[in-house]
Structure formats: C-alpha cells, structure tokens
Design a protein around this ligand. Sequence first.
Ligand SMILES: Nc1ncnc2c1ncn2[C@@H]1O[C@H](COP(=O)(O)OP(=O)(O)OP(=O)(O)O)[C@@H](O)[C@H]1O
Ligand SMILES: [Mg+2]
Length: 253
Amino acid sequence: MQMAWFKRRKKKLDDTSLKYGVGLVTYTNPTGQIAEQFKTVRTNIQFSSVGRDLKSILFTSSEPSEGKSTVSNNMAVTWADQGTKVILVDADLRRPTVHKSFSVSNRAGLTNYLSGNLQLTDIIQPTIIDNLDVISSGPIPPNPAELLGSERIKTLIKELEGQYDLIVFDAPPVNTVTDSQLLAAQVDGTILVVPQGIADKNGVRRAKQLLETVHANILGAIMNRVTAQKSEGYYGGSYYGGNYGGYYGTEGK
Ligand SMILES: Nc1ncnc2c1ncn2[C@@H]1O[C@H](COP(=O)(O)OP(=O)(O)OP(=O)(O)O)[C@@H](O)[C@H]1O
Ligand SMILES: [Mg+2]
C-alpha cells in the first residue's frame, strides 16, 4: 500500500527568473499602479527606521522562489528613482539573477571580491538606470556560506557605504541555507518577503527566529502576490493594490 506522504512530491521551483531575470516593472512602467506600491513600501521602510541610519538592507524570505529578487530589485530601482545612490548586490550565490535582470556580465562579481581576487572597482557595473549600480554574484563557488561569512564581507559593506547612500542585498532564503543569517548579522536592516497564500506560516515564523538568533534588525515584511480581496482583510478595506502588498512591521508579532 502506498502511503499518502509517499505521493507528495517536492514543490517545483519557478525557474523563470533564473533564466531570464526578474521583471523590472518599476522601470518599464514607472507611473503604473505596481510602481506606486513599491513607492509606498519605500516610504514605509523610511518610517520604520526613523532616527536610525539605514545604509544597508537585506531582502530574504523563508523559502526559495518567493519573490526576493523581484521585490529587492524593484525596490532598488524605486530608491534610485528618488535620487538615492544605490548599489544592488546579488548575494544569492546559489540562484543568482541580478545579472540577467539588468543585462550585465557575470564574469566577475561578489565571489571574486570575497575570495580576494578582485577589487571593488573591478566588480561594480553601471545599469541603464540613473543612480543604480550593481554587483553580480560572480562565478558560483563551492563554498558560498564560507565566503559570505568571511571578514571580507565587512570590508565590502564599509567600502560601499563610502560610495553609496544605500546598499541593497538580494539574498538566498533563510530556512534552507545559512548564507542570509550570516549577512543579516552584518547589515543595518533585514526585510522578509512573504508571498501571501503561498508561504507556510511556520516557515515564516522559523525564518524570523533564525534571523533573531543572529540579532538581525528585522525591519518588517513585504507581502508579495497579494490579491485585492486578501489585502482588504489586511488593511481594513484600504486597498494597496495588485500584486505587491503592503509592508508591515514585525514588532510584537
Ligand atoms: N508579485 C508577483 N506577481 C507575479 N509573479 C511574481 C511575483 N513575485 C515573483 N513572481 C515570479 O515568481 C518567480 C520567483 O520570483 P523571484 O525570482 O523574485 O523569487 P526569489 O525568491 O528571488 O527566488 P530564488 O529563491 O530563486 O532566488 C519569478 O518567476 C517571478 O517572476
Ligand atoms: Mg532570487
């Protein structure tokens, strides 16, 4: 007899962004409804950190394929639009997409810097967007956690802080690998991307706990893939719109 749990197959990952990059709707349609939602999130993040200098932000989620790259990359564009000098760093050394999304080379990137082979000037690449530069992942190494946990990451952040107003890290998921925990301990703030109706509640709770273990400064969560009906429940009728939901602080939750 076959037990039900034998039948359960592992959820297939959506690899579209891995192949083609994420949709930069904030660039292609900067006055549209979705771009407006990203602006709202930008404002809310600003409010959540009043009085604290926020120079580096990490975007992560509990599991793979939940929208970290889509949200972090579009947020980077939204900050750059405002005149903030932004550097977007692809710290997802296992499933990198930034080079695809911004059509830049990935011959040299973060891994080359962290392993001590290249300098910052060798890995920073401009994009078609004003005020936005990127650092791609670089060649995928056999030891991502070791690289991201090295002292070089602190040097990188310090160096970038000298040149940019804001560093945005697109990171791997928290529950599957330790990479994001290592990074979260080094940045000023961490944001969890939570796909509504898709993310498992316990998984999100676990991610929050793992981040708290390393004393990460969790700024809040961004609800991704929020439908109109669902967001009404969250915002008491005030509809923040389409796919990208609002942003809420995690304090006390
Ligand atoms: N709000 C949204 N509406 C529709 N599609 C979305 C939304 N957010 C993400 N997606 C799609 O879901 C897929 C995964 O998104 P994305 O690559 O941003 O996730 P990720 O968390 O960075 O994944 P990975 O773990 O591979 O790094 C992509 O194909 C992306 O286009
Ligand atoms: Mg990604």
